[in-house]
Design a protein around this ligand. Structure first.
Ligand code: FEO
Length: 396
């Protein structure tokens, strides 16, 4: 990855990871990612904003060579997660004059996670500034985006916001800037769903504070730079808003076809009633796609057959993930089939305890669905449509 100029004195020196396919051993990355790092040269001092994943340290070093970075005075750590902080120890070794500039909480994390020596750090507070000579960095504390220590850095003269994970996307591209807003919208929404959604209310507050700032560009630490900040800020406003969309998300698994028949019937019944639905056959589903669908769907229906005495583990995974990600979903229920007993419905319901949802009447049956069971699914489709109408989210 080339070291590329953004504006005079500001270069992108990060690394593209074209081949990475999973993050945190949890999140699929169908489009790879990048770890963005930015070199800012003032007339007196030089700062590096964030580093890269430790596996890419050599490439960061090569980019700094290309950029002619003989000295670095400050390494700004916006976030302690290792995909951005992991090369800091190597950078401190290479640049013995450098100090890590970060907030108190992030410093504590860096000491714990990377054993950064405290005497190589400088602690800054909210709105504190760091002059480099004609370039002034301002630090904006942004806790819970998505860790408790995250901060943003604003370059005052050039009006560039270095937003770390905020507004980012796992999208490997040779374009320094957003190449296509439609493509990046999907990638950024998926990223929001996987990383940011559990902290929706904090993020709303940070968005409101940033609205008052004059921002020419947003340079996140994953994915391309936004030259049109309104695009991504408006998208975040929409995703974090309380409004939900006329959509049913239906993650399910079926062992011998009974739950599948119920899912097929419910999908059809919802479509006939003008309620859009997205089924996700869990053994074949990309979990990131499911997370993205959860961002604004009004209703979640989990399709779970009973294995021995409880829900199929794939359905448990989906319910656990939904509960962890805390989407703004308003209604939820369970459908499925059992052979001889079990407590699947109660177990799945109890797993959704962090969601502020109204639980609709489940349809849970013995064996393969019969006429009366299909009729119960029709009633469920009616109930969902009615709820969506009452919530004012069906536009006819
Ligand atoms: Fe990209 Fe929270 O690290």
């Amino acid at each position: 990855m080339a070291a590329r100029e953004i504006v005079p004195g500001v270069r992108s020196v990060g690394v593209i990871d074209w081949d990475r396919r999973i993050f945190d051993e949890l999140i699929p990355l169908p489009d790879g990612t990048s770890y963005n790092s930015y070199l800012i040269r003032g007339s007196e001092k030089t700062a590096l904003i964030d580093t890269v994943d430790p596996v890419k340290t050599a490439e960061l070093m090569a980019n700094l060579d290309r950029a002619g970075a003989e000295t670095i005075d400050y390494i700004v750590a916006n976030h302690a997660e290792q995909d951005h902080s992991g090369s800091i120890p190597a950078m401190l070794a290479r640049f013995p004059e450098a100090k890590v500039v970060t907030n108190q909480k992030c410093r504590d994390f860096l000491v714990d996670l990377l054993h950064i020596p405290v005497d190589r750090t400088i602690v800054v507070g909210d709105k504190e500034t760091l002059p480099l000579g004609g370039k002034t960095l301002e630090f904006i504390l942004a806790p819970w985006v998505h860790w408790p220590e995250t901060m943003l850095t604003y370059l005052q003269e050039d009006r560039i916001l270095f937003s770390c994970d905020f507004f980012g996307s796992h999208y490997a591209t040779s374009s320094l800037y957003v190449p296509n807003e439609g493509v990046i919208y999907e990638s950024a929404k998926r990223y929001y769903a996987e990383i940011m959604m559990p902290f929706r209310s904090s993020i709303k507050g940070h968005l409101a504070k940033l609205a008052a700032r004059d921002i020419a560009m947003i340079a996140p630490s994953h994915g391309p730079i936004h030259k049109r900040p309104a695009f991504i800020m408006d998208a975040y406003r929409d995703w974090t808003d309380d409004a939900v969309k006329n959509m049913v998300v239906l993650p399910y698994v079926s062992m011998h076809g009974s739950t599948q028949a119920m899912v097929d019937h419910l999908v059809d019944a919802l479509m006939q009633r003008g309620v859009p639905v997205q089924p996700f056959n869990l053994p074949k589903t990309d979990i990131g796609d499911l997370a993205e669908a959860l961002v604004d769907a009004a209703t979640v229906v989990i399709g779970a057959p009973t294995v021995i005495f409880g829900p199929h583990p794939q359905a448990v995974y989906a319910a656990y993930l939904a509960n962890l990600l805390r989407p703004k979903t308003r209604y939820a229920t369970v459908i499925g089939s059992y052979g001889w007993g079990g407590k699947t419905v109660d177990t799945v319901k109890n797993m959704l305890d962090r969601l502020k949802v109204e639980l609709l009447e489940p349809v849970y049956i013995k064996g393969y669905p019969k006429e009366a069971d299909f009729a119960a699914l029709d009633r469920l489709a009616d109930a969902i449509k009615k709820k969506h109408e009452e919530a004012g989210i069906i536009v006819s």
